[in-house]
Design a protein around this ligand. Structure first.
Ligand code: KPL
Length: 305
């Protein structure tokens, strides 16, 4: 199974290492404007720190115009939500008409804008709670294990052999026949934890304090109003329990949005609370709490960028 990984950030490198450990030889595709462009077309050594082990693997890095792109059967897209369209669109005409695209990012949105541009290529979606930290361009540390869920969204179902290969290679992964529901559950977790930790400059665990309870419930109530319109079956109790569990399990972590702002990077707010706001508008709903969070994060972003 010839696999490509678009975006070689921490999660892209982690998945590449996991696929390689399972005997696959994934090719890496840096985004077009990344500094490693000069190294494309060559094999590069990547290092994974896992506990006290250090694992080195070489991967072929493909140039954006490589004729090998046509050989890909599966392309894992691990760039940030706001980079998906710009990173993927120039590649689409160079991919085989049957090449399956698998999007793995926080938030929702790109699956809808891409749907019309795939020209019949099958689309699968995934979400991962595995944690990895980029130490330098070719060097990561795995910081946490966690559930990865994958499922089909558009077009032909994923062939059994591809499914088994992926699920065997990625530790803690499972197939989901209702992947959109799984992604909405993850959206709820991110809609609560990411903006609140970024605004209050606290770690995830701080959100267990009683003072946050009212806001957490209000965010989830608004999300449920939109999910209902979208035909996504979720319940308040299940979402609330899931959010509380993630707050407990990742108590010492600083959310990706906290870290994005801390390092002066753009956040994924438009694809998390902003996605909810945008879908709500379609249904004539207003989401005061989520809209306020979007405004506050954008204000913080514009002070830093
Ligand atoms: O996905 C995350 C993120 O930070 O983006 C959570 C689950 C909130 C863990 O920090």
């Amino acid at each position: 199974m010839q696999t490509g990984i678009l975006g070689i950030g921490a999660i892209g490198q982690l998945l590449a290492q996991q696929l390689a450990a399972a005997g696959l030889e994934p090719w890496l595709l840096p985004r077009a404007n990344t500094p490693s462009l000069a190294e494309q077309g060559e094999k590069q050594v990547y290092t994974l720190e896992l506990g006290d082990q250090s694992l080195q693997t070489s991967f072929l890095c493909l140039a954006q115009d490589s004729s090998k792109l046509k050989q890909l059967e599966l392309l894992l897209v691990t760039v940030k939500a706001y980079q998906v369209e710009a990173a993927l669109e120039p590649l689409l005409p160079k991919l085989h008409p049957n090449c399956r695209i698998l999007l793995l990012h926080n938030g929702l949105g790109p699956h809808q804008s891409l749907a019309a541009k795939l020209n019949g290529r099958p689309l699968s979606l995934g979400t991962t709670s595995q944690g990895a930290l980029k130490l330098s361009s070719n060097h990561i540390r795995q910081t946490g294990s966690g559930l990865t869920q994958i499922g089909d969204l558009i077009g032909a179902p994923m062939p059994e052999v591809m499914k088994t290969t992926l699920l065997n290679a990625i530790p803690g992964s499972q197939w989901s026949d209702t992947i959109l529901e799984a992604l909405w559950q993850k959206l709820a977790v991110n809609a609560v934890i990411n903006p609140l930790t970024a605004i209050h400059r606290v770690n995830n665990g701080a959100l267990a304090a009683p003072e946050f309870e009212g806001t957490i419930c209000a965010i989830l109530d608004e999300l449920l109003q939109v999910a209902k319109q979208e035909g996504i079956a979720l319940t308040f109790d299940a979402l609330h329990a899931r959010v509380k569990e993630v707050i407990r399990l990742t108590a010492a972590n600083y959310s990706s949005m906290y870290q994005d702002l801390k390092h002066g990077r753009k956040t994924e707010i438009n694809y998390i609370n902003g996605y909810l706001q945008q879908r709500a508008e379609q249904y004539g709903l207003t989401l005061p709490i989520n809209s306020e969070l979007v405004a506050q994060i954008k204000a913080l972003e514009s002070n830093l960028l």
